[in-house]
Design a protein. Structure first.
Length: 383
């Protein structure tokens, strides 16, 4: 398990941008132009899909929060698509062309290995709270589920309404996995048993990578140069986040006038919404301010209580927060190792956490905001 320092701290929400939604350039020109991920320190890792429209990129580039970039790892299976960190801090990426691979890159970027192969058009990746890996299998109209080590990749959901899946987004609070269809622009919801249902329909086809933060799903349409947002509570409510349909460009400014060129990688971290796109045959990294201004947590409303303490089999957790779908739940042992836990079902600001599998000792439970840079941690004892 990944080591980390456990401490009790509650940060106030610090907004990087003003409330207005504006687009600005973060990294003007570098090879990264595709899907992206974030490490625990806020660094951004951006795939290189290739140059001048030739889809043969083999490298991942690291961008610091200050905007400097460097090569993180090279010589991976060509046309990198999916990108996500596993629970141990390794970066996972997919190579699209047959035989279709998932590669694992060590946290220092010094080495990599192929952990899965034979994926028929390996696309976007997702991870659940137990470390299981989900991969979009574009050419088979399927989503595969693999063990955390990349083995035993079996079909999790296949066929109608899944059609050429491009993007994946997992919601831990519900256990639902969302899939974007490239061909027809549908968004499909897959429950924890692998049952798919139609969730939303974009006004255009070519839906690409997707991300979910709070009550909003963000969907890129790279070939149409636009990014949509969908209300998760009312999926018929679909609006443009940024970009102008079929009008490629690199104009900064208010989202009503800003343009993008093949926006592909998107992600929100520490108050900043990032977009990786094409620029002059290579890549560019842009940021959009004010995207989740109305979805944030308030420090005053964010607190937790655990009981009984000590506990034997079940730990009760009471959360004081208005945005329960904007939180992550983690458990660490006294050495800072992250424990595998079953996803809790939050009801009426309360959930029960099964700790029966934990050994006796001292543990820490951390409740953190998915969109704000603060968390609260409390100690409990497992008898």
């Amino acid at each position: 398990m990944k080591k980390r320092i456990v401490h009790l701290v509650v940060f106030g929400l610090i907004s990087f941008f003003l409330q207005a939604q504006t687009v600005s350039t973060f990294v003007d020109e570098f090879p990264g132009d595709a899907e992206l991920s974030f490490d625990a320190n806020g660094n951004i890792y951006v795939n290189d899909s290739g140059e001048n429209g030739v889809l043969n990129g083999k490298s991942v580039w690291k961008v610091t929060p200050s905007g400097s970039f460097s090569l993180f790892h090279d010589n991976l299976p060509s046309w990198l698509v999916g990108s996500i960190f596993d629970l141990n801090g390794n970066l996972l990426v997919t190579g699209w062309p047959p035989p279709g691979t998932i590669s694992r890159i060590t946290p220092d970027g010094n080495s990599s290995s192929i952990i899965s192969t034979g994926i028929n058009g390996a696309g976007s990746l997702e991870i659940d709270e137990l470390g299981n890996i989900y991969v979009a299998e574009y050419l088979s109209h399927a989503v595969r589920k693999c063990q955390p080590d990349g083995s035993n990749c079996i079909p999790f959901s296949i066929g109608n309404p899944i059609l050429n899946p491009a993007g994946l987004a997992y919601v831990e609070a519900t256990g639902n996995l969302y899939v974007s269809n490239w061909t027809n622009g549908k968004i499909v919801k897959i429950d924890s048993n692998g049952n798919p249902t139609e969730f939303a329909q974009l006004p255009i086809p070519h839906a690409g990578p997707i991300k979910i933060y709070g009550n909003i799903m963000f969907v890129t349409c790279p070939l149409r140069h636009i990014i949509y947002k969908i209300d998760m509570n009312n999926p018929q409510n679909i609006d443009v986040l940024a970009g102008i349909l079929d009008n490629p460009g690199n104009v900064d400014g208010d989202t009503s006038i800003a343009t993008f060129n093949t926006p592909t990688g998107i992600g929100y971290n520490n108050g900043i919404f990032y977009v990786a796109e094409t620029f002059q045959g290579t890549g560019r990294l842009r940021v959009i301010g004010g995207v989740l201004a109305n979805e944030s947590h308030d420090r005053k409303e964010f607190s937790i209580r655990v009981y009984p303490n000590p506990a034997q089999n079940i730990l009760n957790v009471r959360i004081n927060s208005q945005n329960l779908n904007l939180i992550n739940v983690f458990v660490f042992d006294a050495h800072g190792c992250k424990m595998a836990i079953q996803r809790p079902k939050i009801q009426a600001k309360h959930f029960e956490l099964d700790i029966n599998h934990l050994s006796s000792g001292i543990y820490f439970i951390e409740i953190s905001s998915t969109i704000s840079n603060f968390s609260e941690t409390q100690t409990f004892i497992k008898d």
